[in-house]
Design a protein. Structure first.
Length: 76
C-alpha cells in the first residue's frame, strides 16, 4: 500500500527534522531502510517469513517448564 501525497510530505518533513536534530541517527535509519529495500527486492523472498527469534524463546521456555515439572514429579 503506497502513501498518499500528504503522508509522503509529512514523512519528508519528519526526515528533514531528524537530519537536522540528529544526523548520526538519520544516517543509521537510512542504512537500515536501504538494507530493508535490498532484502525486499530479492527475487523469491516476497511473502517468505522467517520464524521470529522470540518464538524460539517461547518454545524453549515451555520445554524448560515441562522438564522442570517432570523432574519435580519424579523427585517426590
Amino acid at each position: 500500500m503506497s502513501l498518499s501525497p500528504r503522508e509522503r510530505r509529512i514523512l519528508a518533513e519528519i526526515e528533514g527534522a531528524l537530519e537536522q536534530e540528529d544526523p548520526e541517527l538519520a544516517r543509521r535509519v537510512a542504512e537500515i531502510n536501504k538494507a530493508g529495500w535490498a532484502r525486499d527486492a530479492r527475487p523469491g523472498t516476497h511473502g517468505v517469513r522467517r520464524r521470529a527469534p522470540r518464538a524460539w524463546m517461547i518454545y524453549l521456555a515451555a520445554a524448560l517448564v515441562i522438564v522442570s515439572l517432570l523432574v519435580a514429579v519424579l523427585a517426590t
